[in-house]
Design a binder for this molecule. Sequence first.
Ligand SMILES: [Zn+2]
Length: 223
Amino acid sequence: MNILIFGPNGSGKGTQGSLAKKKYDLDHIESGAIFRKHIGGGTELGKKAKEYIDRGELVPDDITIPMVLDVLKNTGPNGWLLDGFPRSIVQAQKLWEALQADGVKLNYVIEILLPREVAKNRIMGRRLCKNDNNHPNNIFIDAIKPSGEKCRVCGGELSSRADDQDEAAIDKRHDIYYDTKTGTLAASYYFKNLADTAGFKYIELDGEGSIDDIKNTLMAQLK
Ligand SMILES: [Zn+2]
């Protein structure tokens, strides 16, 4: 089973991806790992990519796509879940052409839908419990609202991650994701338009539901 997953930061994409990965024993491939494998491993493509990165430039798609394809073709027997790529419509077109040319079958494309303001609040509302990182607290999600200023599970002290409060960085990432003309949503819609004729299923999930609701809807549709 080969799956492509789209969703903005704050949509729970990582959580849902991990659940699907676990259930179907897939290789979870996120874009960072692709660069690490090639650049860390010193492959020809990795060396070329590094030259661009060292100059502070974006790595061209002509280098990135072959790296992605190489990683996808060297996964375990049960297939892969690709997360964080493609990010633009051009990358989507090139990835689709490359998959076709190499005879790699795509089975599902998942899109987690979430309004931009909600996604931003979810990130900025996250609170960490001093006693246990797994105690979920978010000041903007009713189901896991802290009790007063304290952890809703154990009453421990709460803090927030600096990354989660960096509004400019969140906006920048969301600018790319929510761009329906050339950005990541455009890439997602590119696959949505292909789905009927290209032989894979496009699954839309309502990101405003609870983790369990989203999970149940997803699992019911993956066969
Ligand atoms: Zn706690």
